[in-house]
Design a protein around this ligand. Sequence first.
Ligand SMILES: [Zn+2]
Length: 287
Amino acid sequence: MKTVVFIAFCVSILAACNSATATKDKDQKTKSAATMKADSTSSNAEMNTPVADAATVFAKRQVPVLCYHHIRDPKPGQSETLKSYSVSPAQFAQQMKALKDSGYETILPNQLYNYLVHGGPLPAKPVMLTFDDTDEEQFSIGYQEMKKYGFKGVFFIMTISINRPRYMTKEQLKQLADDGNAVESHTWDHHMVTKYQGEDWEKQFVKPRKTIEDITGKPATYFAYPYGLWNAAAIPQLKKAGFKMAFILSTKRDSTEPLYTVRRMIVPGQWSVTGMMKAMKQTFHLD
Ligand SMILES: [Zn+2]
């Protein structure tokens, strides 16, 4: 409580310092109080709608979120595991077309957050397309294919890979962001969040977010857990690092932290387009 009072005091001093007209102590005090009142009124007006509690967020209808890694043709003898993290360019094209033909419209994390927290609007059939791990073909194939349908994607970047061979460059990330896609954080080097301690939080949460924001010039306040794995220790650290929402895979959400356990479904290369559409409806309990 003392800290809160102290911070309020500091804010009022700062407000006063910014005021060129505050010349006397008494005037200064009156002016700063007025400024603070005005500030709090305007920030309430910005929010406009109440903030939903965890139970309300948890009870909301889920939005299907698809997760892609590689968009590559399978090589002979490729393992089933690798296949499950890859779709071919032809499959990806078919899937985008099927989503469009079925009336789906892509949304971005800001819109999902606004829906979950403030009850904001969604299209009749929303879907989120997410891409993990910075692969170059997500730009050269995925993004180009999505553009045909006016779709936007969410690119979760591990910052260690930027500018490396077969990964996206800074310029490509900037272009994605400039074109209205979301470029977000997927740690520095893809280590499992459940193993973090000490300086890892700074290294994996705080710094990568800044790296991405420096590249795109836009906020990067959404996070995807590597391997979809999370633990209770990570959530306060994500909040501290400025993340508003975090994505798991198609495991169980946490009822007390639904914003930090938003589900996604990997689309494996073994699925047909019909299988993908069916799995999406089942996984996210769509009508
Ligand atoms: Zn990943």
